[in-house]
Design a protein around this ligand. Structure first.
Ligand SMILES: Cc1cc2nc3c(=O)[nH]c(=O)nc-3n(C[C@H](O)[C@H](O)[C@H](O)COP(=O)(O)OP(=O)(O)OC[C@H]3O[C@@H](n4cnc5c(N)ncnc54)[C@H](O)[C@@H]3O)c2cc1C
Length: 371
């Protein structure tokens, strides 16, 4: 879409908002970008930065992720601070049902498109020598990639500021939506030809109300981060429990037995991504947040640490723990890949959903401008 001569307003400085701003600018628009906090503190800066193709559901979801991965690579050539690297992933599997599932995944009709390969344990360890333990092997996905979520947002903003067509205003909380624009907490109206509300998973206020009654639920995740590891992890790493949660493996899940009870209690899977500074971002768990509890449980972090220790041995000192929330959409048969709705004339709310918002953000933004 050619947006020359148009004004675009974007609300929300996370990855969905930042990519909307970036692609609108690239299409010729003049862009104003509003963020509530001094710097974004939402799901984007709390995530792994995984551009995860391997787990996406066959069909439209996989196509969106593949397009998005290509866009990430292209955008990172323009803005190297995005930190894109095509490091691929290894999902390590124990002998028995997990290994059976991984081998069966090689027979999926889209296995080649995902870059699936089977590696025996010696081959997996040769590729990523940090791995330890007695595993049978690993399902490799050469299409999986990673970005540096926290620094990418700032790098993208800096590149946009250099165009002179982009204005970023932090500490501007949008409190009202009307035809053709929004009003912030200082009472200033921001009118535009097109306005995008990319506010993640708000827990209160009118922007949460915009998400009510449309089948969106909140999911709570626990994460940890270590001090820099002395070695380089050459790939992203997952364990066999990830097959239980990623929809790509739905049709093969009957091959798995029940999950170990402590991990099941937290809907835990292991994902590890090394940051460019050497730190390890490790997670995660999935729970529906309780309205009455404000704390995060220590037990969830212990489950994550134990799962990580089983695959990469003794962890460097744990430096940080945090929780994050993402939105989930409908049930598993819901065909919506993300949520976009026009909530006033020329004002749309757009949100990524599930653990794929980082992966799919560029393609979601591209689709916002393709009508
Ligand atoms: C722990 C965790 C790990 C994840 N890991 C991955 C992963 O590795 N790969 C992947 O693909 N996906 C992952 N996801 C999902 C992904 O992070 C999210 O889908 C994505 O970051 C959502 O981006 P967003 O821009 O919609 O929301 P956010 O990043 O939450 O940004 C929303 C922004 O809007 C601002 N805002 C809110 N209200 C207002 C207002 N009224 N006015 C102005 N500004 C406002 C907020 O301050 C915030 O900065 C993960 C999610 C979590 C929680």
């Amino acid at each position: 879409m050619d947006l020359h001569g148009q004004r675009v307003a974007v609300v929300g400085g996370g990855v969905i908002g930042t990519l909307h701003a970036y692609l609108a600018l690239r299409a010729g628009a003049e862009v104003v970008h509003l963020e509530r906090d001094l710097s974004p503190h939402g799901a984007t800066v709390r995530n792994f930065g995984l551009v995860w193709v391997s787990g996406r559901r066959a069909g439209a979801e996989l196509a969106l992720a593949q397009r998005s991965r290509d866009l990430w690579e292209e955008i990172a050539r323009e803005v190297p601070g995005v930190g894109f690297r095509a490091n691929g992933s290894l999902s390590v599997v124990r002998p028995g049902p997990e290994a059976d599932l991984a081998r069966a995944a090689l027979g999926l009709p889209d296995a080649a498109e995902r870059g699936f390969e089977w590696l025996d344990w010696d081959e997996a360890r040769a590729l990523n020598p940090v791995l330890i333990g007695e595993y049978e092997g690993a399902l490799r996905c050469t299409r999986d990639a990673a970005v540096e979520s926290r620094s990418a947002l700032g790098a993208l903003r800096d590149s946009m500021l250099a165009t002179g067509q982009y204005r970023y205003e932090a500490q501007r909380e949008v409190v009202a939506v009307s035809d053709g624009g929004v009003r912030d907490h200082r009472g200033e109206h921001h009118g535009a030809d097109r306005t995008y509300l990319c506010v993640g998973a708000p827990t209160h206020g009118i922007l949460r109300e915009l998400h009510e009654g449309v089948g969106l639920t909140h999911v709570h995740l626990h994460m940890v981060e270590t001090a820099p590891h002395s070695s380089v992890l050459s790939t992203s790493v997952a364990n066999g429990d990830s097959f239980r949660y990623y929809p790509a493996f739905e049709g093969l899940r009957h091959l798995l037995g029940p999950q170990e009870p402590e991990a099941a209690a937290w809907a835990n899977q292991l994902l590890v991504q090394q940051r460019l500074d050497g730190r390890l971002t490790i997670g995660d768990t999935h729970e529906v947040p309780s309205e009455s509890e404000f704390w995060s449980s220590d037990a969830a972090y212990r489950v994550i640490e134990r799962a990580a220790g089983a695959v990469i041995g003794e962890l460097p000192e744990l430096e940080r723990r945090w929780t994050g929330i993402y939105l989930q959409i409908g049930d598993r048969d819901d065909p919506r890949l993300y949520y976009r709705a026009e909530v006033a004339r020329d004002v749309w709310t757009v949100t990524g959903v599930g653990g794929r918002g980082m992966t799919c953000a560029p393609a979601i933004a591209e689709e916002s401008f393709s009508d």
